[in-house]
Ligand binder design. Sequence first.
Ligand code: FEO
Length: 494
Amino acid sequence: MEFTRRDFLKAGAAGIAAVSVLGNVPAFAEESRPEFQGKKKFAGIGSCREVTDDIVYVGASDRRIQLFENVYPIPRGVAYNSYVILDSKTVLVDTVDRSVTGQFFENLTAVLGGRGLDYLIVNHMEPDHSSAISEVLVRYPNAKVVCTKAAAVILNQFFACDISNRSVIVGEGDTLNVGKHTLTFVMAPMVHWPEVMMTYDDVSGVLFSADAFGSFGALNGNLFADEVNFAKDWLPDARRYYCNIVGKYGPQVQAVLAKAGTVNIKMLCPTHGPVWRKDLGWLLDKYSKWSSYTPEDKAVMVVYGSVYGGTESAANAVAAKISQAGIADVAVYDVSKTHVSELIAEAFRCSHIVLASITYNMGIFTPMKNFLLDLEAHNLQNRVFAFAENGSWSPVAGRLMKEIVERLAGCSVVGETVTIKSSPSEKDSGALNALAEAVSASVLGNAASPKAAEVKAVKKWVCTVCGYVYEGESLPEGYKCPVCGVGANLFKEA
Ligand code: FEO
């Protein structure tokens, strides 16, 4: 008998109660088809796509969602990716957000074709990938959950789901043979949660990479990145996704990229966005730059915060002069009208950032201050900044913006802060031109005598066991790794 989502819903309270005490799940019938030999046989209405001969995409897209994580606008929707490996054993790799469980179970049922499920691999416990786990465990009572120790703890915290009697806890380099496939587990702590791991399949060369290499954007039938115009239609959302969600954890991403370099990866299967089977180097190069806080482009973004237009006018004047100096694709943003996630992504892309802000409540204009604090929270580094401020009687925004930027590692400042009073006038043109010239010279690499001053280099201490990175002058006395618990003696300076 096939157990459908409708049957599950009919189970009602009994089913829900069972979810909360999974150690005692009801034995819903599931038909086994041991004669199945791993050939592609899925049928039914599902929206599945073959990734390889025996790996099938069973995820689903949400096009109704407005805000991802209740923060990030995603007008193009988002995909929650999940995969099935059909071998002697059946394996489900990650599940989906609760918003798309209908489509997901339709797909999973079609792909399993009546077989049971032997393993559920949980690479990442964040609920956008794990909120269907409880239902999977009820539907497939023989499935074992393969995950890290931390994932098992967090699963129970979120969903009161105790898997202690059906879990396979794995660590770095552990393997699981499921027939012709042998899966190797690669720990990826803090990319971007502590329990994250990735799963590598030695037969196909697929790396199931959790959130890494993912993107905002619903999948519209096309599963592979080479089936869409990724650079044109997807890259901005892929960048915005990475920078805002994972951007803070660059050192941890670098650690995983170093591990990835030691195996032959033929395909990247992330938990969001398209699957990569061609031009992996192109995407890996983007990740290398983003995670090392290296500007993706030698480019200028100008961000202004303006109430009555004076600061906007000054920002436009600087942008025009920079363009006139031969710098292409100058990007100008009104900080009040642009979602901060767009600004964060642009800051990761551009090498130079010009900030122009009014003085407001004797401080920085609130949206500009929020943007700068968000940059700091995302650990942006290695950029060149320039400043303009406006204040009708007591301008202070320039000094205060600079104070925040001075806390960013590897950042420097060019030019003198331009101060205007209410509206720029003829007397300000010299200072605005000088600022534009300083920025342009820095971009073009011909600054005769750059006024840039390195402000701060943050020390980093890496846990040699799990890769967690502590930032600070020195490790506190008695410090223990918050991820794996080892002492300070097992940290080394990065
Ligand atoms: Fe897509 Fe970190 O969850």
